[in-house]
Design a protein around this ligand. Sequence first.
Ligand code: UD1
Length: 358
Amino acid sequence: MKILTIVGARPQFVKAAALSRALKKHDSIKEIIVHTGQHFDKNMSDIFFKEMEIPKPKYNLNINSISHGAMTGRMLEKIEELIIIEKPALILVYGDTNSTLAGALAAKKLHVKVAHIEAGLRSFNIKMPEEINRILTDRISDYLFCPTENAITNLTNEGYSYEEFKIIKCGDVMQDAAYYYAKTSSEKSTIISRLKVSEFILCTLHRAENTDDPNRLKGIIYALNKINKQTPIILPIHPRTKKKISDLNIELNFKTIDPVGYFDMIELLKKCSLVITDSGGLQKEAYFFKKNCVTMRDQTEWVELLENNVNILVGANEDQIINGVNEMLSRENDFNLNLYGNGNACKIIAENLNNYNL
Ligand code: UD1
């Protein structure tokens, strides 16, 4: 069975690394990786393929740095061509990016089956491009692999039935990746000694809802400037965020670092005191490495983290962010709750795909 896997953005590389390894264990499955090119900088893309030994993409579409409509449209056109050439039995898409939607839509229109990994997640904020992408992708997917019970509930509430769709709770593929690569990250990464830090807060910031709204971006940067005076902040900065801060002339009072690879990220997660982020993936990764998280958003898809007090939402308000950080720096939490499965999500997905008679 030929599977065409579509990846384009950083977290998808991490997920594909874990799942590709599980798919390889099945002789009947032949996976072909397509990189849409959405993320293209060396340290946003190549480093993941190298470090994590992800199979080299057979195709790189090089589509990036254009508007959402143009990006999704061009990806749709190119992926359609590839489906016609490769004739896969299934398209595999991850998460909620423009690459996800383009892959699913191209396949469905050609009557090729679609498997969506990380199905059923909702932020209930339809203004987010990611929310639009995930709702539409779920609707046209045949196999919905859900990471959590909440994801299944969301689908059920939207009227998804087990007769029409294959809905499978498998746990979180990012957890599989985190635990697998954490075994060797300390040998592969030198970031902690290079940065010469002992106590620090790890921060990431890239969501359009924050970077593209000057008031939100200012609120966040002013808060980070103040927090950094008490506890140093390590901020691997996304190119989008760097550009917006510079365009708006916002004063950032501490040095940022370039985006880091996965081994460096794991070491930062292991050693930090706290995570502040607006990323979806990093909220979970904080939990995998037993760290509290302060989320600079108004909603999160990972509600079980809120329910278990390991994460709080603080939006983009300066005071709220500072108060949230102070609270979470001192909050003791239980991180052994198994919120994201047993670390065998990839095995479950690969076995299910292998068993389907496609
Ligand atoms: C995308 C996803 C988001 C995901 C994130 C992971 C969508 C709608 N958003 O957001 O869900 O959490 O990836 O990181 O698909 N850029 C570079 N170099 C790069 C990559 C991007 O300079 O390697 C620039 C682009 O030119 C663009 C901006 O950063 O101007 C934003 O990139 P884009 O791919 O649109 O979205 P992300 O913010 O990365």
